[in-house]
Design a protein around this ligand. Sequence first.
Ligand SMILES: Cc1cc2nc3c(=O)[nH]c(=O)nc-3n(C[C@H](O)[C@H](O)[C@H](O)COP(=O)(O)O)c2cc1C
Length: 178
Amino acid sequence: MNIVVLQGSPNRSGSTAILAENFERGAAEAGHRIQHIDVAAKNIRPCTGCVTCGYEGPCVIKDDNRQIREAVLGADMLVFATPLYYYGMSAQLKTVVDRFCAYNSSINRKHMKSALLAVAWNSDGWTFDALESHYQTLVRYLNFVDQGMVLGRGCGTPQMTAKTQYPASAYRLGRELR
Ligand SMILES: Cc1cc2nc3c(=O)[nH]c(=O)nc-3n(C[C@H](O)[C@H](O)[C@H](O)COP(=O)(O)O)c2cc1C
């Protein structure tokens, strides 16, 4: 499979990156091709809601999202990797998701596989309730086929994350993909 990992943390060596790297190592060992995109390092402006695209492109905003559109439309699987920011995905990743607007129908038709990798400082049981619900709603709306989630509680720093089971869980998720 062609797998596109949308890495939504501005910290290139942070906890989100640790989960993404472990997932990617597992998926590469299983024979998949990985494209890792640091979305926070890209120049991607928020959707203005003009709907000139008619929900199926081209988008009037000319920025780095053109590369992301090309990658997503060439993918068999999308991986959303994000730190938990106020109980949702990062704004950097949400901006990319909102820009799906200009190729919404194309994404819908593809029935892509998907997964969610996320980290948070909090370790309460309810930490990921809102993000999990949002992700599951995207899966339903965009006709994704969910392959799993790694929800890293108590992953407030890379040092904390390295001591948890979540990097190994992310590796296994990648390694066991069919
Ligand atoms: C703007 C911001 C908002 C955050 N919001 C939450 C939150 O709602 N719940 C939580 O448990 N941790 C929250 N955190 C902590 C991060 O999710 C956590 O430190 C994570 O490990 C950061 O990942 P990174 O290393 O990839 O940047 C927040 C951090 C920042 C900077």
